[in-house]
Ligand binder design. Structure first.
Ligand code: ACO
Length: 315
């Protein structure tokens, strides 16, 4: 396939490091030096559905196709107010599409799981145009009293339209179960037959363990893709890495011995927006004209599960 359009949408509310330092025992200097984040956007009066729909409409507009031309909608999403129906169904109705749709939870790798699924459906001959939307509100998964996590995340939505082409050269997905390092449990409706206690826990993260997994996974995924396609690291024009921590991105960059310009960043403005991180970055670069036709691009992400994913494509 080929990405023919991108879009994104952000909440209005900007939460700066300074604002957080009035809520928990933290400061701008710690957050900037340990993570690279200066501020993040956080959902207040808007809904996640509205942002997902906005990002989807913008991606369709950028692609120059109508919602009726879509053959499939895939929405990656970790948490939202609707348990059912799927967010992809809500998006489908709002934009006026009539195709099948499905949600997936690939944690922060959801966008790349979506791209991989779209490509697989396309290769099977069943679809021509696919919309992948990633919409996330981690601000409602975490405790705003826990300084070790509340400074890291932000909300947002990103989307891409994929169509006929041979620009996606290779993808790789991995999963290795590690359910105690990064997780959140939420309460379900009571049942007279349930004999287990209900859990309602905010996001728990063992930061250093996640950090090590993330850096190792990204390096090994990128190397795998380069080996598979026969390219050297120098041949890649841009590396788009999950915007979780600037130090993880720096570590990958140094190991691959590549210049800073090849690793675009927007983490300073948005923090970690989970699976929305990559399509938001992609859309910014696309709209700023920073992606040239034919450029070789590598995308890489990692997240709870643990899962990781990567993709090498021509723009
Ligand atoms: N402000 C001030 N001090 C803090 C804060 C804060 N917000 N958070 C932690 N600290 C303190 C700790 O309490 C600790 O203090 P101590 O030395 O007195 O015990 C000190 O800072 C160092 O803490 P560490 O946890 O060792 O800090 P580290 O350098 O590992 O950075 C961080 C923490 C930023 C979380 C890092 O481990 C990290 O980025 N991990 C990866 C996280 C990640 O990428 N998550 C997302 C991936 S998956 C997904 O996207 C869902």
């Amino acid at each position: 396939m080929k990405i023919i359009g991108t879009g994104c949408s952000h909440p209005q509310k900007i939460v700066t490091n300074q604002m957080l330092s009035q809520m928990v025992d933290t400061n701008d200097e710690w957050i900037v030096t340990r993570t690279g984040i200066k501020e993040r956007r956080v959902v207040s009066s808007e809904t996640l559905e509205d942002m997902a729909i906005d990002a989807a409409r913008k991606a369709l507009g950028n692609a120059g196709i109508s919602a009726k031309d879509l053959d499939f909608i895939i929405c990656s999403n970790v948490v939202n107010e609707y348990v059912t129906p799927a967010l992809s169904c809500i998006i489908q109705g709002a934009i006026g599409a009539t195709c099948p749709c499905v949600d997936l939870n690939g944690a922060c790798v959801g966008f790349l799981y979506g791209i991989d699924m779209a490509e697989a459906y396309y290769r099977s001959g069943r679809v021509k145009n696919v919309l992948v939307v990633s919409a996330e509100e981690p601000s409602r998964m975490l405790s705003w009293e826990d300084r070790t996590v509340c400074v890291l995340f932000g909300d947002g939505a990103g989307a891409a339209v994929l169509s006929e082409g041979d620009n996606i050269l290779a993808t790789r997905l991995t999963a290795s179960s590690s359910t105690f390092s990064l997780y959140q449990k939420h309460e379900l409706q009571p049942s007279p037959f349930n004999t287990k206690p209900n859990s309602n826990l905010p996001l728990v993260m063992c930061g250093q363990e996640v950090f090590k997994f993330a850096a190792n996974a990204s390096i090994s995924d990128v190397r795998y893709l380069l080996d598979k396609t026969g390219y050297q690291p120098d041949a890649v024009d841009k590396y788009l890495l999950h915007q979780a921590n600037v130090r993880i991105i720096e570590m990958v960059r140094e190991i691959l011995k590549q210049p800073k310009e090849k690793f675009p960043l927007n983490i300073q403005k948005y923090g970690n927006t989970s699976s929305a991180s990559l399509p938001i970055l992609l859309d910014e670069l696309n709209r700023e004209g920073r992606l040239k036709e034919g450029e070789l691009i590598v995308l890489s992400a990692f997240g709870a599960g643990f899962v990781s994913g990567s993709c090498i494509m021509r723009w």
